[in-house]
Design a protein around this ligand. Structure first.
Ligand code: ATP
Ligand code: MG
Length: 439
């Protein structure tokens, strides 16, 4: 070690070491704010993370005690020692053991071993207190394996300005990166894994932007896109050159959905004859083109004013449910969007919801819609969705059988989506059986 002795014989650091250290520390203090603005990742790894890791280490015991996650040791002995006052300090309470604090691009994570009697939910409840204590944007607690939880913190909201990756080529069939997840990973809609989706959100919450991203990603792929937009085609007609069929009112929608059910049943006959369980089992040459059906504004299909409309609404609902039931194996996928999707739209909506395994809930105007989208899958997801503010357009809570997460779609404007649809218009499959007259 480079140590010198002073006049009293004590060992001290040589003055040049102190000078270099002072220059380095003041340099970091001066350049810190610039570094943070221009190179946030470098700032986080060099300065932010070490400081936060120290804070986590030093406040761990007090934080666990404050959150009620510490258990007292030998309580009986403590009481006795207090009564007889033998001066021995009472034993420190036991706190859950924590692993190393490890950095990520936008935060850090650590593993925690639960004490006997503790369950992961105790830590989930303590997550807001941890975020406050560590001065980070959010803390998420997930079960790692029995007896251990993973605590992950994000320093700032990763969805405030998610990076839009450049998409090269058409990508994997029926897979589209539509945005970014809170973890920083890509938000990928994979229709072969989760075939049917329900997208809800109040007006201007980001539904159409998400559909734009989905259409822009699917347009270069060998798939047929079909639109049902009973708001007079205002939204989906933008992609008309790339659509194999478009219905713009309820009458057309019912005829188109009926034609889609017939197409699905025909595919079933083909699969049965070839003794395969789904279209993916058919030889490449025989395999029919996958069809993605996009419905914008579900309520327009279900809301009724007259008897005649009631029959149409019922027919539309039944056809959608049949498509959802049969479609996945036969290459027909549903993406259904709506502002208000409540049980007041009729029993058909609840039955349809049960078939739409992928859920995307943007900011909603009524709790019933969030409940419809997420309530049956995850009550925690429901709370997260209700916390989305109007300033966070495009931010949504995603839920499927696997769990839930927050995400934000890429901002793909109508103009961009329209341009992509026009560029790939030549790939539009002709499905003559889906042609419905405009009555
Ligand atoms: N992912 C996003 N990132 C940034 N801004 C977004 C995002 N999504 C939506 N927005 C903003 O919100 C506006 C409204 O979004 P969008 O048209 O998708 O809403 P909507 O839910 O379809 O509304 P409506 O129900 O009225 O059709 C967009 O024009 C855009 O400015
Ligand atoms: Mg819209």
């Amino acid at each position: 070690m480079i140590l010198a002795s002073d006049s009293s014989g004590r060992e001290t650091w040589p003055s040049w070491v102190l000078l270099v250290a002072t220059v380095l520390v003041s340099g970091l203090f001066i350049t810190g704010p610039v570094l943070r603005r221009r190179y946030p990742l470098a700032w986080w790894l060099i300065l932010g993370f070490p400081a936060t890791a120290l804070r986590v280490t030093y406040t761990w015991r007090a934080l666990m005690a404050g959150c009620g996650l510490a258990v007292s040791r030998r309580p009986a002995l403590t009481v006795v020692s207090g009564l007889i006052g033998n001066g021995a300090p009472p034993p420190q309470p036991r706190v859950p053991r924590r692993g190393l604090v490890r950095p990520t691009a936008g935060g850090f994570w650590l593993l925690v071993r639960l004490l006997p009697g503790q369950v992961p939910e105790d830590f989930v409840k303590a997550a807001p207190a941890m975020a406050e204590d560590w001065q980070v944007h959010a803390v998420r607690v997930t079960s790692w394996k029995p007896g251990i939880v993973r605590v992950a913190a994000s320093v700032s909201d990763p969805l405030a300005a998610p990076r839009v990756p450049k998409q090269r080529g058409p990508g994997r069939l029926l897979c589209v990166a539509v945005g970014a997840l809170e973890t920083g990973a890509a938000w990928v809609v994979d229709l072969r894994r989760v075939p049917h989706w329900l997208i809800v959100g109040a007006t201007r919450s980001g539904k159409s932007t998400l559909i734009n991203a989905l259409v822009a990603g699917l347009a270069p792929q060998p798939v047929a896109l079909v639109g049902i937009d009973c708001k007079g085609g205002m939204e989906l007609s933008l992609y008309e050159p790339r659509l194999s069929a478009l219905a713009t009112n309820r009458g057309q929608a019912v005829r188109l959905l009926t034609a889609l059910v017939d197409l699905t049943l025909d595919r079933m006959t083909v699969c049965r004859a070839a003794r395969v369980r789904n279209i993916w089992g058919l030889p490449d040459k025989q395999r029919p083109v996958p069809v993605v059906v996009i419905v914008d504004e579900l309520a327009e299909l279900f809301l009724v004013a007259s008897r005649n409309e009631k029959d149409e609404a019922q027919a539309a609902g039944t056809a959608l449910i049949r498509l959802a039931q049969l479609g996945a194996a036969l290459g027909v996928f549903l993406v259904v969007a709506g502002q208000r999707v409540g049980s007041d739209l009729g029993p058909g909506v609840t039955a349809l919801r049960a078939q739409l395994g992928g859920r995307v809930c943007h900011r909603v105007a009524d709790p019933g819609t969030a409940e419809m989208a997420l309530g049956d899958l995850n009550p925690d997801a429901l709370k997260a969705a209700q916390a989305i503010t109007p300033e966070q357009s495009g931010t949504a809570v995603l839920a499927s059988g696997d769990g839930w997460e927050r995400a934000r779609s890429h901002l793909i404007t109508e103009v961009e989506a329209e341009a992509v649809a026009a560029e790939y218009a030549h790939l539009t499959p002709v499905l003559s059986e889906l042609h419905v007259e405009a009555r």
